[in-house]
Structures are given as C-alpha cells and as structure tokens.
Design a protein around this ligand. Structure first.
Ligand SMILES: O=P(O)(O)OC[C@H]1O[C@H](O[C@H]2O[C@H](CO)[C@@H](O)[C@H](O)[C@H]2O)[C@H](O)[C@@H](O)[C@@H]1O
Length: 363
C-alpha cells in the first residue's frame, strides 16, 4: 500500500483538494466508482464522487486515466520552450526539409497514406461536421493522380468516404479493419487479379452492434457524451463532456466492456475507442496496402504516412521497423511519437501535398 494524493478541483468555488488515499496495485479501481454518479435525471453529484474517493480510496487509477484523457488532445500551442526547440530538431517540419527528403528519395515510388480527422480536416466539436475543404480535396485528388493514395481512418469506411468523396483512393476505415481499393482510376489489383479488400474483424460485427446499443443507453445521461458506430469499432466522444464527469463516463464505458474480454479500449483525441482485441491496426493496414500494391519486400518504395493521432503511431512504428518511408506527425506541440517529421496543422498538410505534386511534375 502507498499513499497517493487525489486532487479534485472545483471550478465553482475555485478550491482544489488533495485527498490522501491508500492505494495498492490490486485495488486500483476499488469500489469507489462502481456505482454510477449520474442520477436518472442526469444530475451529476461531485460531492458523491469526493465522498466515494475519501471513503474508498480507489481513485488513483481513475486519476491516471483522467490525466491520460486530458492529455489525449492538448489544445494549446506550446511556447518556444527548450522542449519545443528540441522536439523540432528531432522531428523537423516536413516542409522545411522537403527538398532534402525528396532528393534523398529519388527513384523511389511514393505511396501516400493520410489519416482523416485532424490531418485532412480540422478537429471540431461535432464529429458529424468534420468537413474537409474543397481546396484540401483538390490537393488530395491531385496527389492521387501521381501516387497511389490511401485514407486510413478510425471512422467507418462509408463515413470517411462521404467526407472525402474521391473514388480513386484506397480507403482503410475502422482503424484499418475495413480496407477497399479504388472504385475508379488507379485501380491496382492484388496478385491473381483480386481486387483490394480486407475485413479481418468480420466476426465482431454482431458484438460491436450489441455493445453500441448498450453504450447508447448507459451514457445517455452524461451531457455531451456521444457514441459513434464505426462498424468494426466504436468511438465514445468526450470532447463536449464537462471534465468533472469524465471519470463517470469512463466508469460507464469500463463497466460495459468488462463483459467483453474480446474487445479492447484505447484513446484518441478526446475519444475512447473500443475495438476488437485482434492484432490489426493502422500499421497492419499500411503493410497490407503496400503488399497489395506489390511493394511488399521492395526497397524501391517510399511510403509517406501523415497522421495526428495515437492510433497513427502504429503506422509510424511499422515505417520505423521497415527502415523506410516518412512518418509525419501533425501536431502543434511536442508529443512522444514514432514519426520522424512534423507538420503543424491540416493547412500545412495541404501545402505539403501540393508541393509533392509540384515536385513530381518538375522531376
Ligand atoms: O483516424 P481518424 O481519421 O483520425 O479518426 C479518429 C477519430 O476521429 C473522429 O474523432 C475526432 O475528430 C472529431 C471531429 O473533429 C472530434 O470531435 C473528436 O473529438 C476527435 O476524436 C471520429 O469522430 C472518430 O470516430 C474517429 O475514431
């Protein structure tokens, strides 16, 4: 057992309380949060939460999780600190080193992989309204004229297609668990003339639907919370949930998925992601697509992967392991990443894509 301070801030009174709680690795949840703190009328009792933490001392893991939820999408631009400078040295802007990278990659075939939210479209409060601009769409269309191009997203494939609306692209939805090749143009077929298609988590469809329904019921009393059905996975959004009740939301989600050991929980930007516990992620999707395009063991390919989220790290890791390609993280602030380069925001991504096309035209 160790003593741990659980800090609870009350925005109304401006008070911050540090409660010393006894904690051991085995009681990390304890009974502290086992009952919902949101009443049927939707009222959240902060007092109840504090009381439970005081009496049960099980808040440590909750706090750790809340910290991680907070860190999942930091919004402020860091000032020019030493950290920032050092991060930029280690992850230079893909724009500032553009010529160097391209000169070093001469003769290689470029394949472009693009995440959607936070990469092609800015992060917005309502996930249904995360539109990309027409200018961005035109940039992606131009890129796809010269290089095989794939969208790799946590969203379900149909939904991300509806945002992007370009049939010449490859789409890998549900964090790579639903892959389909282009329906027009650039149609490279797999060996044996099969068209590109892959759904490694098909058997999970009924389970995902079931959990979706349960979650809708469970979280309907949490103001601002939203569940998005991404076909082979689910997203529980907390961007519009008051931070004081994040712990309650998390507890509700945990309560549901503890009955589904074949599902796992991960985090994206102000979102909890529930997905099949199979070894298949955006990294596998990247490898599958390279293989489909005939670049499996080729040294002659330069995969360029641009993404902003934790789930994109799986793809960055694959590039590192292969020792080839450009992993580009979209972020305004220093983050731990397996990417080698950075871009600050979607507008820089668009500029990078345009430069890629210009470079190709002139080379
Ligand atoms: O892999 P991605 O294409 O980046 O998809 C990841 C999740 O993106 C979406 O949520 C994120 O963007 C929303 C709109 O800007 C924002 O409101 C939310 O807070 C972000 O987490 C999408 O709605 C999720 O389903 C995806 O899993």
């Amino acid at each position: 057992m160790t003593n741990q301070n659980v800090v609870i801030s009350d925005a109304k009174s401006g008070l911050t309380m540090a409660i010393a709680v006894a904690m051991s690795e085995s009681n990390i949840y304890s009974a502290a949060m086992s009952k919902p703190l949101v009443a049927a009328n939707g009222y959240f009792s902060r007092k109840k939460l504090i009381k439970k933490l005081e009496t049960n001392g099980g808040g440590a893991r909750i706090n750790a999780f809340i910290d991680s939820m907070r860190a999942s999408s930091p919004t402020s631009r860091a000032s020019e600190t030493e950290d920032q400078k050092s991060w930029i040295i280690h992850h230079p802007s893909a724009l500032s080193v553009f010529e160097d990278i391209m000169n070093a990659s001469k003769g290689k075939e470029i394949v472009v992989f693009l995440d959607y939210d936070g990469t092609l479209s800015p992060i917005v409060e309502d996930p249904e309204l995360a539109f990309m601009t027409n200018e961005m769409r035109a940039a992606v269309r131009d890129v796809a004229k010269f290089f095989p191009t794939a969208i790799v997203s946590g969203r379900c494939r149909a939904k991300v297609y509806n945002f992007v609306k370009l049939s010449e692209l490859y789409y890998a939805g549900s964090h790579g668990m639903d892959i389909q090749g282009p329906t027009k143009g650039h149609k490279k077929q797999r060996k044996g003339n099969q068209s590109v298609f892959c759904q490694p988590a098909r058997e999970f469809l009924p389970m995902i639907d079931e959990v979706h329904k349960i979650l809708l019921e469970k979280i309907k009393f949490i103001p601002g919370a939203k569940v998005e059905n991404n076909k082979f996975c689910l997203s529980v959004h907390f961007r519009c949930v008051d931070e004081k009740i994040w712990s309650e939301l998390w507890e509700q989600v945990r309560e549901v998925i503890k009955d589904y050991p074949k599902l796992r929980l991960s985090q994206g930007r102000k979102v909890l992601e529930i997905r099949p516990a199979i070894k298949w992620d955006k990294g596998n999707a990247l490898e599958f697509l390279l293989e489909s395009l005939g670049y499996d063991k080729s040294n002659n390919v330069l995969p360029v992967y641009i993404g902003d989220d934790r789930t994109d790290e799986d793809a960055f890791k694959v590039l590192r392991k292969r020792g080839q390609g450009l992993g580009i993280l979209v972020s305004k602030i220093p983050k731990e990443t397996n990417a080698s380069y950075s871009l600050q925001e979607p507008s820089e991504v668009m500029y990078f894509l345009k430069r890629l096309v210009e470079w190709k035209k002139s080379s």
